[in-house]
Write a protein that binds this ligand. Sequence first.
Ligand code: ADP
Length: 274
Amino acid sequence: HIGPLRAAVPDVAVQAGVVLFFRDLTSARRLEAMRADFVANASHELRTPLASVLGFIETLQGPARDDARARERFLDIMKGQAQRMKRLIDDLLSLSRIEMRAHLTPTQTVDLAAIVSQMVETLSPLARERGVVIEAKLPSGPVPVLGDRDELLRVTENLIENAVKYGESGGKVDVELVRIGASHGEQMSHVALSVQDYGPGIAPEHLPRLTERFYRVDVVQSRDKGGTGLGLAIVKHILTRHRGHLDIASEPGQGARFTVTLPDAGPGGPSSSA
Ligand code: ADP
């Protein structure tokens, strides 16, 4: 029986090789298409405010040259557009820096409770201005995770800021951090950070696409609120590097809930059981 078996093996291997080759080709093409799409999107996002700034400069050099009131108004608009371009470039740079470090697993232990508490304090005045109260429920002790402090601050900032921005009509944002012990079938314990707002929520068809770069439910609304469409893509990339996960749930009309889970690095977590 050994002869026919031996003969069969190379055929199978060759066939498997061919199949793999085609798969690689399609995924390479898809990756290339995604990259081209991203460059086109980013260029368009920068071009729009730039065209507006150039238009106002021309008006100020021509018809509105001696109109002091128009000058003040136009300068204000130009400043807003320049700030929008800066936000976009900052987010593009963040995204590329995070991507460059994608293969580096964080080794530093940081206290997620302190990070969340700091961000709640930072964003509370801005929330209050919009009539939103941020209510935080944090464990009394530290919540250790392996991570990059600045990146985890960024995750927390993006989620709370979105909840305030898009859910302001709900008047309240609940932020909760809990440690979840390992259960049956699970090797590790986790920590879960949830950010819940009570605004209009998100229709189910949008949920799977929210972490795509430049994907926005309502482009005009996002721009009006100072969004770049990159926030959740940044969150997703940071979490991938941290072996974390983002779960989005929403009941339209009732608000949205964004939950981040990360491996627990404290007593009872993976590092202590190792
Ligand atoms: P943006 O810069 O536009 O806020 P994000 O990547 O942070 O970009 O979010 C993508 C889109 O997801 C937003 O434009 C908005 O349409 C939707 N979104 C995010 N958070 C919420 C929320 N809490 N409630 C409703 N919609 C949200």
